[in-house]
Design a protein around this ligand. Sequence first.
Ligand code: PHE
Length: 371
Amino acid sequence: MSAAIHELTSYDEASLDSIFADLEAEVTAQTSALSSTDAVEAFRLEWLGRKQGRLGQLSALWLKSAPLEAKKTLGVRFNKLKALIEERLEAAQSGSGTSVTVAGLDITLPGTAQRVGVEHPLVRTMAEIVQVFQRMGYSVGIGPEVETDFYNFEALNFPPNHPARDTQDTLVVAEQDGKPLRERLLMRTHTSPVQIRSMLEQDPPLRLVIPGKVHRNDAADATHSPVFHQVEGLCVGDDITFSDLKGTLDHAMKAFFGSAVKTRFFPSFFPFTEPSADVQISCIFCGGKGCRKCKHSGWIELLGCGMVDPAVFASVNQRRIELGREPVYDTSRISGFAFGMGVDRIAMMKYGISDIGLLYSGDMRFLEQFA
Ligand code: PHE
């Protein structure tokens, strides 16, 4: 024990101030170093113990010999010191400011917080697009990200060495030179191969959306990533026309972006659709007046689409025959449309994300904003 129990020699305010300030400093110093329940209890006994407690001993001794006029001020000071001791003791016991060990276990350590996860903005956007089509009676299909040349290109009317393949360069699996081209594996460049897989498995009519990840040999910049996401759509049945395609996409864009959105269609080219179109929507930022986001045109390009090319149905029928299934995609009766859209761009527009790389960075500071 550092402080001896000694008699007071002077009762003037200045000496009392200094003596009590020393005592308070001692209490504070001791309580900031309490590291176990035993230490907390030892502190309590040292100061407040019924027989040996310093507070009791000091007040008995000093009050007894104090002149009458000093008793009151001494009493006030002792009460203040006691309040400090009790306050520090309570804090130590409840664990604030110090740890309390029980049977070797520090029960004052903060627990491990279970952080609730949220959907990644891409996953959420993809699910929302899919939902719009599910409400129109579409089912959901998925397919592999590692595809054969046949499904990714050949069956979709990209013949070997056709220049249309150059627009969709990708990673190919090594050491496959011994295999026929159509069996060689590559990372799919679009979700369209799942159109073929679905028509091989299912007879018409069919209506489905296909969300998924795709890969291209694109240099990464603010708007390009070698990995990105698409939602594909396919609708095949009797007498499906281009007006069905227009009506479906116009409705879907209004359902997704709001009923004020307009759509317009431009001629385009895809090997697996004929005719093909690019679809623009009126700018969701300026309502079509023209702003920086739409490069002052009032329109934003969002989708590729078209009527399923008869060559695609022919590939499907051919493959069905090879697989011993009936070639039911009879083009004198059956027609259909397909469309595809980039999920990343839509998510970026929707959430105001300026760099596509953020979607793939795994940076918690970015991701937490979607919680
Ligand atoms: N697969 C095309 C692409 O990735 C998009 C598309 C899908 C176009 C379906 C028309 C029909 O560029």
